[in-house]
Unconditional design. Structure first.
Length: 476
């Protein structure tokens, strides 16, 4: 568990990424953790203007970030720094991220001169942090391969574009920018490209933009920005998912911008995915949007009925389940996205396993009507709510689910939360992991896969999962 000072340090660096540079430099840069009293963080600032701004205008934002780092609700009181400390903190320093980054040409931040004042240490210097031996690369989902990617009119152009850049990385369509709505297969296509690149002996990095930001936070805390740059700037193929989430994160955008330039100028391939076209990414800086538009921009439209039916048939073959064509069609007709399609298929597959009998079209349609609720209201289902329901159904406490325990019962309940959160919310895998005790993206993927495998061999687990699902949907 983090100490109060560690929690504030993490908050400090998160705010450095989330706030615009002027706001951070003016109000937060000189803030310093002083002590922890009861349940309150006491944070020192250099003047009354900063204190009033943080205590009132920015309090909600700072408290939210601190609560996330602390793991529970946190309150903060801002006080004026003692005179000596305030003096020591008035001389500013350059952003830690850019201290050794000559090629970035980042202008030096304004310095407030004070006679005989020593440069203020960065937070990373005040509290020594462990330096990682290396920055691990994200594991790929073994199911996201080209063999399992069903091609149709909606995604044909994107599929062919990816094949083209894999044949000659860095030579054509660099960068390749793929955009489309939720559940159209962007992540599947990107990870399939990473699988093929690695199999060909190339160093391919797949990373959601949120994970790129997290790597940057670690680099800032541990003063390992050279290691981070070595990780990303030596890639043969860099594949970035959900790039729209970079918007508003100035430090992350700056780092990504220079990484992008280094790779492109050295002839390395860049593939980027977003939920909208570059021209519609208005919150992102123009210089980055223009670079995205400088290669090939292709979209993936919602899947046609025939594609959805082909995907369902693929799943029935993989899971050794027999469904008639009318049932396959009613599943495919009930939803539009791949994520919802998987949820619909799992409901029917669970029914077939539990009853050990074929299912008729009308029965399947009746079951799938339950999906109409979550499709309209799924954003209202929270991870906390799913955790509480699973805790009740599986007989495991919420504290155990969020904790470090690895007993069979606890692990199963935790994996059930992961599976239901992926199905019933719009949370990313990284967000699900963060909400379940700061677990990794790959751990969530593994947990969801484990639940699917267990459902195929243990009907009682499917029944528990279905009970939790019914309870959640019945509350809507």
């Amino acid at each position: 568990m983090l100490t109060p000072q560690d929690a504030w340090e993490t908050t400090y660096h998160q705010l450095q990424l989330q706030l615009d540079q002027a706001k951070f430099d003016t109000w937060v840069r000189d803030a310093r953790f002083l002590r922890f009293e009861g349940d309150t963080f006491i944070v020192g600032v250099r003047n009354t203007f900063a204190r009033d701004m943080l205590q009132h205008r920015l309090y909600r934002n700072v408290a939210r970030v601190l609560s996330d780092a602390w793991g529970k609700a946190a309150s903060i009181r801002f006080e004026l720094l003692p005179a000596d400390n305030a003096k020591a903190h008035t001389q500013d320093t350059e952003l830690p991220l850019f201290q050794i980054m000559a090629e970035a040409r980042v202008p030096t931040l304004p310095t407030y001169a004070v006679a005989d004042a020593a440069p203020a240490p960065t937070y990373a210097e005040r509290v020594p942090a462990p330096v990682p031996a290396s920055l691990p690369e994200m594991e790929l989902n073994a199911r996201y391969t080209f063999d399992r990617f069903v091609v149709g009119p909606s995604n044909h152009l994107a599929y062919e574009a990816v094949q083209s850049v894999l044949d000659a990385p860095g030579r054509h369509y660099n960068p390749l920018f793929i955009y489309g709505g939720v559940g159209v297969g962007k992540t599947h296509l990107l990870q399939a490209a990473a699988h093929v690149s690695r199999a060909a002996g190339r160093r391919a990095i797949y990373v959601p933009s949120e994970a790129f930001t997290n790597d940057l936070v670690v680099a800032l805390r541990t003063r390992t920005t050279p290691m981070m740059r070595e990780k990303y700037r030596t890639a043969d193929v860099l594949i970035v998912d959900d790039v729209q989430f970079l918007a508003g994160k100035d430090s992350t955008v700056e780092e990504f911008f220079h990484t992008f330039n280094v790779l492109r100028e050295s002839g390395k391939q860049i593939i980027v995915a977003s939920d909208r076209a570059p021209a519609d990414l208005a919150p992102l800086e123009e210089r980055l949007r223009s670079r995205f538009s400088g290669g090939l921009v292709v979209d993936i439209a919602p899947m046609e009925l025939e594609v959805r039916m082909a995907i369902v048939k693929l799943w029935t073959h993989e899971q050794n389940i027999t469904l008639s064509d009318p049932v396959v069609q009613v599943i495919a007709e009930s939803v539009a996205s791949a994520r919802e399609l998987e949820g619909a298929f799992n409901m029917i597959a669970a029914r077939v396993r539990l009853t050990a009998a074929p299912i008729k079209r009308d029965d399947a349609a009746h079951i799938l009507r339950r999906l109409e609720g979550p499709r309209v209201h799924n954003r209202a289902i929270t991870l906390d709510e799913i955790t509480r329901v699973v805790s009740s159904v599986f007989g495991v406490s919420v504290e155990e689910i969020l904790g470090k325990g690895r007993t069979k019962a606890v692990s199963l309940a935790r994996q059930a939360v992961m599976s239901l959160a992926r199905e019933l919310t719009d949370l990313s895998l990284i967000q699900i992991g963060a909400g379940l005790g700061d677990r990794t993206h790959s751990t969530v993927i593994s947990g969801i896969k484990k639940v699917t495998e267990l459902c195929a061999s243990a009907p009682e687990i499917c029944e528990q999962l279905e009970t939790a699902r019914k309870h959640l949907l019945g509350q809507r």
